[in-house]
Ligand binder design. Sequence first.
Ligand SMILES: [Zn+2]
Length: 81
Amino acid sequence: MNSAKKYEFRNLRNSPDKIMICPKCLEMLFRDDIEHFSSCPYCNAHIEISQEVEDFLLKPFIDNWVANQSRSNFDIMPPEN
Ligand SMILES: [Zn+2]
């Protein structure tokens, strides 16, 4: 059986990014919160770095990597915001 905790993720309004919901206090956790503390800054609940949490944490790096890979193939677009 898979014993890893399931965390809930929500899409951010006006952004392609996501936030994670603390399973204990239900506060919204941003990537930086989890990266720096490995626990919820509000209730101090330990955040288990499961595969889905890791994907969440690594997403900006992967997006950046993908963007770099395709840079030579596309014209650079102006920033969206
Ligand atoms: Zn919490």
